[in-house]
Every structure is written in structure tokens, then in C-alpha cells.
Design a protein around this ligand. Structure first.
Ligand SMILES: *[C@@H]1O[C@H](CO)[C@@H](O)[C@H](O)[C@H]1NC(C)=O
Ligand SMILES: *[C@@H]1O[C@H](CO)[C@@H](O)[C@H](O)[C@H]1NC(C)=O
Ligand SMILES: *[C@@H]1O[C@H](CO)[C@@H](O)[C@H](O)[C@H]1NC(C)=O
Ligand SMILES: *[C@@H]1O[C@H](CO)[C@@H](O)[C@H](O)[C@H]1NC(C)=O
Ligand SMILES: *[C@@H]1O[C@H](CO)[C@@H](O)[C@H](O)[C@H]1NC(C)=O
Ligand SMILES: *[C@@H]1O[C@H](CO)[C@@H](O)[C@H](O)[C@H]1NC(C)=O
Ligand SMILES: *[C@@H]1O[C@H](CO)[C@@H](O)[C@H](O)[C@H]1NC(C)=O
Length: 493
């Protein structure tokens, strides 16, 4: 079957390149049984063919599709489908230059180890499809540490490749009808806690050096570590995700945009044992050398529950710089802090031009938190003179209830965090709040219309009137990108 597919696939490509058009593709489609053609145009031309049609939204639609079961996969939750996934992606990669391809994952429980994605490719999960991540270490290759980190996050040296991995790709879509990718992280969390891991735990998705990434309409469960990690990439849309991990397990961050440009994260619901969103750009001397910032990041309509961490963390690995972050319309419940800036001497880099408005918070330890002494270095060779620059941080229009301490804001002695603006914020304290409500050191800026009364380092700008903080009026490019409606066809099984 595989070689047949391959042969027909190659023939088809030949045909296409001869024909230079979709007519050839449509004619060939009857022969190429593993492939449905499903652009809108073909739907109209071949509406008589069997199969249930479905619609989805994506950065780009695809000309070809195949279903995972055509590659010998078994969705019984027990059989390993690593080979089937790898084979499917490898076959479908031949269509990259001919309109791209879609791999449909039908209903079922599909156990798999790591596999790589390809360009101009869509992975589409049926609503009752569950990708079960293998719990065997041998199902994850060991790959080099990220150059901007110098080592794995958990251990020195290499790291286990993520469940879904991609590098040097263009135009990758991972979506579905809210199907599930379950990391089955439990054994990993235990091994990590007991210090039994030789390498850094895998993520569920890591896509690096890539342009044009969409991850949408899916549920992610129980990653061994971070759930979603775009790094050294650009033009990224992440939306309509549910990400759930027990709130007690280590490092299960929701989404970690890292050294990436032009990213939009919206309509996500995240419950996690670590930060819901952690924005990063490399670690100490490795991040400084690599020098790749995260910039043009838009986060909106996020709901977060993170009792031991932040709704949005900036850092602690921020050595390549973080700039132009805009966040709005956020709901935080039972979380340790709202937006948190984490950095340390030795990080270098910067966090600047951060704009946040509209957060509703219920049961928080801190509303505002900045930590200049986060520590946590990759090794002893960091530069003690590499001081991070933290400036132009704007927070406005927030309501927080049942708060233990409104603000813990600690800059670095000799390296003030400057240009902090907080306006129109109403904080209601819990029954047993901290004695000191605003603890500010080595920070400067102003406040306006904030209760309870802020610290003296952030004086009221113009008593009697609320002077809003800045929020840019111009949009960032990714906000202009609209998803297309795509049409595909699901074969009856
Ligand atoms: C996946 O891609 C990475 C990086 O390109 C490579 O190291 C790895 O061997 C690939 N894995 C497979 C199974 O092809
Ligand atoms: C992937 O892209 C990076 C950054 O452009 C480049 O340094 C690297 O050589 C590329 N790798 C491959 C296998 O093409
Ligand atoms: C997202 O998934 C839901 C639930 O299956 C489905 O109804 C909806 O059409 C999907 N949305 C998109 C944009 O594909
Ligand atoms: C997706 O599934 C999750 C988990 O079952 C559920 O909580 C969420 O409401 C679903 N989202 C949509 C859009 O159906
Ligand atoms: C203050 O913030 C609230 C949301 O917390 C918002 O509804 C209100 O419009 C804001 N007021 C001003 C003057 O911007
Ligand atoms: C307020 O916060 C405390 C923890 O500080 C929590 O135990 C309590 O349930 C919260 N109350 C409400 C009404 O949310
Ligand atoms: C206030 O912040 C300083 C500097 O971070 C810290 O040493 C001190 O313990 C804090 N005090 C309180 C009451 O939180």
C-alpha cells in the first residue's frame, strides 16, 4: 500500500507539473484513493462524490488530503502509530508544491511517539480523535539544546524532541474539531521530581525556524512539560485552545512564545501548574549571543487558572529581549499573579513596551509582580554585568477581588525598572491581606485612579483625574491576518 501510494503520488505530481493545473489533479483523484481533493473549487466540481463534507478555518486551505487509517494506523489506544504518522507525513510532504495536504485523524485513540511535521501541511483532528503521547522515552529522539538556552531546561545537555515537532517549515496548520492531544505526562512529572531524567522533558508541540503557523480549535492535556512552544518563528496564530494540566505538576506552561515575531494568541482557556502564557527569548549568555527577541505579540480573550504561577509571565528567560506585547480582555481566577516580569542579573536583554488592559481577577496572591532577582542561571558563566532593561510597562482598566497583596515590585539595585504606568485599577483585598500592600523597590513610574493607594515610588500622576496609560492605536501585522474558510471531505470509514 505504501509503495503504491508513493508511486501514485509521484505520478500525480508528474501529471500536475505537466498539466500545470487542478484539472489534472481532479482527474487523477479517482485513482489516488488515499487522497481527497477538497478545495472549494473541487467541492463544486465533484459534489457527487461520497463522503461527509466539513469546513474549517485556516491560514491556507489544502489541495489534497488523506486519512490516518489509510496508513495502517489503529486507534485502539494501545497500538503504537508512530510509523503510521511518520509515513503519512512523509507521503503527504510530496504535495507541498502542489497545493499542500491535510492529514485527517479520525475518531479513535491514537497512541504515538514523536513525529515531524512538514510544510504546507495541515494536521486535522476529528472531534473524537485523541492523540495519546507515548510514555516511553525511546519514542522521543534526543536533540540538541536550543542555542539561545545553551542547555536543556531540566538537565544539562540534550532534550527529548517534542511530540509534534517541526523545524524550518512554512505554512503549518494544526487544527480540528476540538479533538485532543493528550501528553499523558504523569510518569514524566514523577521522574522529573525524583531527578531521574537524563534529558529535558518533551513538549507537546515545538515548531522552530518556521514561518506561518496555526494551532487552533484543539484541546491539549497533561503535557510532560510546556504545552506549545513556537521558537525562532514568525507569523503565528494560536486560537480556540483548551489547555488543561493538574495545577500541582511542574512546568506545565500553556503557551510559550519564544524568540518569535508577530504572534496572535486568542480565545484560549488554560488551567496549568505553571504560567498560562510564558513569553521568552533565551537564557543569559546564550540568549544574549543568539540575540533573537520576542516581539509583536498580541494576547486577547484568555481565561487562566494558575494557582502557583502567572497569567502571563515575561521571562524569566528574556535575554534576547521582549518588546511590543499587547494583552487585553483577560479573566484570571485563583492565580498567583496577573502579569509578572521575571528577570535577574546576568540576563541582559530587555522587557519593554508592554501594554495590558482589561483584566478581571478573582482570588489572586499578587495583582502586579516584578522580580529582579529571579536567579536560575544555565551555568556559572553568566556575565554579572549583563543587566536587563525593563521599561515602558503599561497596565490599565483592571478589577481584582480577594487579593492577598496588590503589588510586589522589585527592580534591581542600580538597574531600576522604569516607565511603569498603572491606571484605573480597583483592587479588593482578601480577609487576611498582607500588612504591606504595595512593596516597591528600584522601580519608577506613576499611577492614576488606583486603589488601594500605591507605593510612593509610583505616585499619583494628576490627583482628581484618571490619566490613562498608553495602549498603541495602530495594530500589529498579524492582527490583520484573516483565516480562510476551507472545505474538506471526510470519507466514511
Ligand atoms: C525530525 O526533525 C529533526 C530536526 O530536523 C531531526 O533531528 C529528527 O531526526 C527528525 N525526526 C524524524 C523521525 O525524522
Ligand atoms: C533552519 O533555519 C535556521 C535559521 O534560518 C538555519 O540556521 C538552519 O541552518 C536551518 N536548518 C536547516 C536544516 O535547513
Ligand atoms: C471548532 O470545533 C467545534 C467543535 O467541534 C466546531 O463546531 C467548530 O466548527 C470548529 N471551528 C472551526 C473554526 O473549525
Ligand atoms: C473543547 O473541549 C474541551 C474539553 O472537553 C471543552 O472544555 C471545551 O468547551 C471544548 N471547546 C469547544 C469550542 O467545543
Ligand atoms: C476602568 O476600567 C473598567 C474595567 O475594569 C472599565 O469598564 C472602565 O471603562 C474604565 N474606565 C475608564 C475611565 O477607562
Ligand atoms: C478568597 O481567597 C482565599 C485564598 O486567599 C480563598 O480561600 C477563598 O475561597 C477566596 N474567597 C472567595 C470568595 O473567592
Ligand atoms: C519587599 O521587597 C523587598 C525587596 O524585594 C524584600 O526584601 C522584602 O522582603 C519585601 N517585603 C515584604 C513585606 O514583602
Amino acid at each position: 500500500m505504501r509503495s503504491l501510494l508513493y508511486t501514485i503520488g509521484s505520478l500525480l505530481i508528474l501529471l500536475l507539473s505537466h498539466d500545470g493545473g487542478f484539472t489534472g489533479a481532479a482527474d487523477a483523484e479517482h485513482t489516488f484513493r488515499a487522497t481527497d481533493i477538497h478545495t472549494h473549487r473541487h467541492r463544486r466540481n465533484h459534489g457527487h462524490r461520497r463522503g461527509e463534507e466539513f469546513e474549517y478555518s485556516a491560514l491556507s486551505c489544502r489541495a489534497y488530503s488523506a486519512s490516518l487509517d489509510e496508513f495502517g494506523a489503529v486507534g485502539d489506544g494501545v497500538t503504537s502509530n508512530t510509523a503510521a504518522f511518520r509515513d503519512a507525513v512523509s507521503q503527504l510532504s510530496h504535495f507541498a508544491d502542489y497545493g499542500g495536504s491535510l492529514l485527517f485523524v479520525p475518531a479513535g485513540r491514537w497512541l504515538t511517539g514523536s513525529f515531524n511535521l512538514t510544510s504546507h501541511f495541515t494536521l486535522f483532528l476529528h472531534r473524537d480523535a485523541v492523540l495519546l503521547a507515548s510514555q516511553e522515552e525511546s519514542d522521543y529522539e534526543v536533540i540538541e539544546p536550543l542555542p539561545s538556552y545553551g542547555r536543556g531546561r531540566d538537565t544539562d545537555g540534550g532534550r527529548f524532541i517534542s511530540l509534534l515537532f517541526g523545524s524550518n517549515l512554512t505554512d503549518v496548520v494544526i487544527t480540528g474539531e476540538n479533538g485532543t492531544i493528550d501528553g499523558q505526562g504523569e510518569p514524566w512529572w514523577g521522574k522529573f521530581k525524583r531527578g531521574e531524567l537524563k534529558y529535558t522533558r518533551p513538549y507537546l508541540i515545538e515548531i522552530m525556524h518556521s514561518d506561518g503557523i496555526q494551532i487552533s480549535n484543539l484541546t491539549f492535556l497533561n503535557s510532560p512539560s510546556w504545552h506549545i512552544h513556537p521558537v525562532y518563528s514568525s507569523n503565528i496564530v494560536i486560537q480556540d485552545l483548551t489547555i488543561l494540566a493538574p495545577v500541582t505538576v511542574p512546568n506545565t506552561d500553556g503557551i510559550n512564545p519564544d524568540s518569535s515575531t508577530n504572534t496572535r494568541i486568542e480565545d484560549c482557556y488554560i488551567v496549568s501548574g505553571d504560567d498560562c502564557i510564558a513569553v521568552k527569548s533565551g537564557w543569559d549568555q546564550y540568549g544574549i549571543n543568539y540575540g533573537m527577541p520576542t516581539k509583536q505579540l498580541l494576547i486577547r480573550r484568555l481565561t487562566c487558572i494558575s494557582p502557583d504561577s502567572a497569567v502571563i509571565a515575561l521571562g524569566s528567560e528574556m535575554s534576547g529581549g521582549i518588546e511590543d506585547v499587547r494583552a487585553e480582555d483577560i479573566i484570571a481566577i485563583n492565580s498567583e499573579s496577573g502579569i509578572r516580569i521575571k528577570t535577574a542579573i546576568g540576563r541582559g536583554g530587555y522587557v519593554k513596551d508592554v501594554y495590558v488592559r482589561g483584566i478581571t481577577m478573582q482570588t489572586m496572591k499578587y495583582v502586579f509582580w516584578m522580580t529582579g532577582s529571579y536567579g536560575s542561571h544555565p551555568d556559572e558563566h553568566y556575565d554579572p554585568n549583563a543587566l536587563p532593561v525593563i521599561q515602558n510597562i503599561n497596565y490599565q482598566d483592571m478589577v481584582a477581588e480577594n487579593v492577598t497583596m496588590p503589588a510586589q515590585l522589585a527592580g534591581i539595585t542600580g538597574d531600576q525598572f522604569t516607565g511603569i504606568c498603572i491606571s484605573n485599577v480597583t483592587i479588593t483585598l482578601s480577609k487576611k491581606p498582607k500588612k504591606v500592600l504595595w512593596n516597591c523597590t528600584d522601580v519608577s513610574g506613576y499611577t492614576s485612579g488606583v486603589t488601594p493607594e500605591p507605593c510612593q515610588l509610583l505616585p499619583e500622576k494628576q490627583p482628581g483625574t484618571v490619566v490613562p496609560c498608553n495602549f498603541p492605536e495602530s495594530s500589529i501585522p498579524i492582527d490583520e491576518v484573516k483565516l480562510q474558510r476551507c472545505y474538506s471531505r471526510r470519507r466514511f470509514m
